[in-house]
Design a protein around this ligand. Structure first.
Ligand code: SF4
Length: 503
């Protein structure tokens, strides 16, 4: 299928090249909004010995050549969200690719945040790239292509060898081309830009915060070149991705210039304490109507538990100021399902929501259960449970008027997030759909009690296979501090010696 798009690498195929099928488990529109997917795709194609073509799950054929998966030498899949894992398996199955690695000649290399705990996919994938792929992906493809079962690389977990892999961090010297698709998840002809990577704040639930730490900023010149190239490729809107975008030393200036040039932009989310009047003026010029912030919780005790301290009165005051600059709506990300949570914590969310409304903005909460993530202090957090989420979802819909998550899907997500090889076996039985009773039956058939994955202080076998650089004792100390209601300062205020920068 031919899409209208510009800036993608166009490469002629030569004999002897390794032909890579690069799968995104999602639609074309979603893939074209994924900087991670586009970055790896471009990086692979820069290597003379590799030619990579794109596959998305809304078509069985490659975008570039219209060929099926079986026509390629290696499959690479970029998996960003837990529930994309069963989707990937469904896609491979539909293309008649054997799922079990020992029954398949075609090597499968997977990467992305959802598989940094590689154990649930270790029955299917031959290898898992751990960490940021820019520097090592081409080498990993060549290695897995020539020596699937014996290939060793310090950033790659080979599922046959079960070696320990180290998390790869990139210095951001590389940027992908500024590709522009006619249609993508966040609008028409959008250019997606990543000004920085990682985060210094250490929120205890956040996988990206704990694995991609410390924060790294791109050079101003690189961001400007990226934007310029995007507009030359027909880009009409710039979308900035990142955890703490306004923490970038030059981004505000860039946004000011874009606003003056009447090039519309949007930001994935902002830390409320970075939004001053000067920035609100930039948003007014940009005709921004919605700001997005993620306080997550509203009560003092939960702020300390998650290590994120955004003051409610500060947010309400921001809403009041923002209204004067033409902002109409505040999108709010909330979390719930903490073990020490009480009704008071939900009431605090409601008071915050109502306070924002009274200040003149329309609150738009998105309220999700917290999913325990590997390699974070909350890898020991219990999952709240389907009944509990169901009960509070009703309350949330009525009192917060917010979006909620299907509790049974949240359960599957939690299990995939902190799963082991046993979950890998369940996955092979249950990947066909996200039906809760099918998954429970698959656990029963495997003779595994799923409670093992949802209870507090579960086992953490992924720590034996992956080294993110963060010391395990440090993570445990953070888990204890959560329970004692103690904060840890961000890296830029005081380094806590987690192990990443000073091993
Ligand atoms: S070593 Fe210090 S500065 Fe580096 S990521 Fe860890 S806490 Fe942050």
């Amino acid at each position: 299928m031919k899409y209208r798009e510009q800036g993608f690498p166009e490469k002629e195929i030569h004999d002897g090249q390794i032909r890579v099928a690069h799968v995104y488990p999602g639609t074309y529109r979603e893939a074209m909004a994924s900087i991670g997917y586009i970055t790896i795709f471009s990086r692979m194609n820069e290597d003379d010995e590799i030619v990579a073509h794109r596959f998305t799950t809304d078509s069985p054929f490659s975008i570039e050549e219209g060929l099926p998966l079986k026509a390629y030498d290696v499959i690479v899949a970029s998996v960003h969200f837990d529930l994309q894992i069963p989707l990937l398996l469904r896609y491979l199955h539909m293309q008649r690719i054997s799922l079990r690695k020992e029954e398949r000649d075609l090597p499968l290399l997977v990467g992305g945040p959802a598989v940094w705990n590689p154990l649930p996919v270790s029955r299917v994938a031959d290898a898992v790239f751990i960490g940021e792929g820019e520097d090592g992906i081409a080498e990993a493809i060549k290695g897995i292509y020539t020596d699937k079962k014996g290939y060793k690389h310090y950033n790659v977990f080979n599922t046959w060898l079960k070696n320990r892999a180290r998390f790869a961090r990139h210095d951001l010297s590389y940027r992908p081309p500024a590709v522009v698709a006619e249609e993508s998840a966040y609008g028409k002809r959008a250019v997606y830009i990543e000004p920085s990577r990682g985060c210094n704040f250490g929120c205890r639930f956040c996988l990206i915060g704990w694995t991609k730490r410390p924060r790294r900023d791109r050079k101003l010149s690189q961001i400007l070149e990226w934007i310029l190239e995007g507009t030359e490729n027909g880009g009409e809107k710039i979308f900035f991705y990142g955890s703490d975008l306004l923490g970038h030393p030059h981004l505000k200036k860039v946004l000011e210039v874009l606003a003056r040039l009447e090039i519309p932009f949007a930001l994935s989310s902002m830390r409320f304490d970075r939004i001053d009047d000067e920035f609100l003026e930039i948003l007014r010029t940009n005709k921004t109507r919605t700001i997005t912030v993620a306080p997550e919780v509203a009560s003092v005790q939960l702020k300390a538990f998650i290590n994120k301290n955004i003051p409610n009165d500060g947010l309400i005051e921001l809403a009041r100021r923002a209204k004067k600059y033409g902002i109409k709506r505040m999108k709010l990300y909330f979390l719930f399902g903490f073990p020490n949570e009480t009704e008071k914590d939900f009431i605090a969310l409601k008071e915050l929501r109502d306070g924002i409304e009274k200040a003149g903005l329309m609150p738009a909460p998105s309220v999700n259960p917290v999913i325990p993530k590997p390699f974070t202090p909350f890898q020991w957090l219990p999952f709240a449970g389907v009944d509990y989420i169901q009960k509070w979802n009703k309350w949330i819909a009525k009192n917060l008027r917010g979006d909620t998550m299907n509790p049974k899907r949240a359960w599957i997500q939690a299990i995939l997030s902190v799963g082991d090889e046993g979950v890998g076996n369940v996955l092979l039985r249950a990947f066909h759909d996200l039906n809760y009773s099918h998954w429970r039956k698959a656990f029963e058939d495997e003779g595994i009690d799923p409670e093992k994955y949802t209870k507090a202080e579960r086992e953490t076998p992924w720590m034996d296979y992956v080294d993110t650089g963060v010391n395990e004792k440090f993570l445990w100390k953070e888990w204890e501090k959560a329970q004692n209601g103690e904060f840890t300062p961000p890296c830029h205020e005081r380094c806590s010696l987690c192990g990443v920068c000073f091993p």
